[in-house]
Design a binder for this molecule. Structure first.
Ligand code: DC
Length: 234
């Protein structure tokens, strides 16, 4: 069976990662959460007092940053590692969310992470979610999804997610953080968040997780079928 690239882009906390993870599982593909990579870089910048506006410091820091994903066989999760340390929980905390859009708007940061993401998808068979996957990282992806949801629903989902991790944050604070990140993500000069011309738009405000997953898997199967038929007629 041919393997394709599934690119899922969209706003913060619209359920991209949860959907992408399940889709990857059903297709038996690798899943890459690119937001986690930007979060790991942000955590490094915070811990090492790196100024995002100082190109020299940024270049040196990027040289010292090594990000990888490792499967936790017991929990069944795919955890983010920064320089050999599991930072999966730390990178989801609010103090990282507050800085991540600023750090991810830095051109040098994007170039380094995009290059790593492209290497990860070289053999295809990958579901990758982020903001620029269908536009910059894999413009040739066979399936591109642009996902969104109502801002209030996104804030409620994010609040529940943080609460599960033991962080109780007010809805207003979360909604403001999401609004600020949407603004920075869509207006930055370097690869801003936008829907690729050939992406399929999904508003999942009123959809269950199962419905979203089923829809994306069906679209992926259609694309796999197209690639297969294309190869047969070659
Ligand atoms: O998906 P997330 O909310 O964990 O992403 C965190 C931040 O990283 C988000 O505010 C924007 C940035 N990001 C990006 O600029 N490009 C990506 N491909 C993924 C995330």
């Amino acid at each position: 069976m041919p393997k394709i690239i599934v690119a899922i882009d969209g706003y913060s906390s619209c359920g991209k990662s949860t959907t992408a993870k399940q889709v990857a599982k059903q297709l038996n593909y690798a899943y890459i959460d690119t937001g986690a990579m930007y979060r790991a870089v942000t955590l490094f910048f915070i811990q090492n007092h790196i100024s995002a506006s100082n190109p020299k410091e940024v270049q040196k820091a990027l040289h010292d940053i090594h990000i990888s994903f490792r499967r936790d066989k017991i929990k069944g999760t795919n955890d983010t590692y920064l320089n050999g340390l599991n930072v999966e929980n730390e990178i989801r905390k609010m103090y990282v969310s507050e800085q991540v859009s600023t750090v991810s708007a830095v051109a040098e940061v994007r170039h380094a992470l995009v290059a790593q993401q492209q290497r990860m998808g070289k053999t295809r068979g990958i579901v990758m979610d982020g903001r620029d996957i269908g536009t910059v990282v894999f413009p040739q992806a066979e399936l591109k999804i642009f996902m969104t949801a109502d801002p209030i629903i996104r804030a409620q989902r994010r609040q529940a997610e943080l609460l599960e991790k033991g962080e109780l944050i007010g809805l207003q604070e979360i909604a403001e953080n999401l609004k600020m990140r949407d603004h920075i993500d869509t207006t930055r000069t370097e690869s801003p968040l936008r829907q690729a011309d050939d992406a399929i738009y999904i508003d999942n405000s009123l959809m269950t997780l199962d419905e979203q997953v089923e829809m994306v898997v069906r679209l992926a199967d259609e694309q796999i079928g197209l690639v297969l038929r294309g190869r047969e007629t070659e």
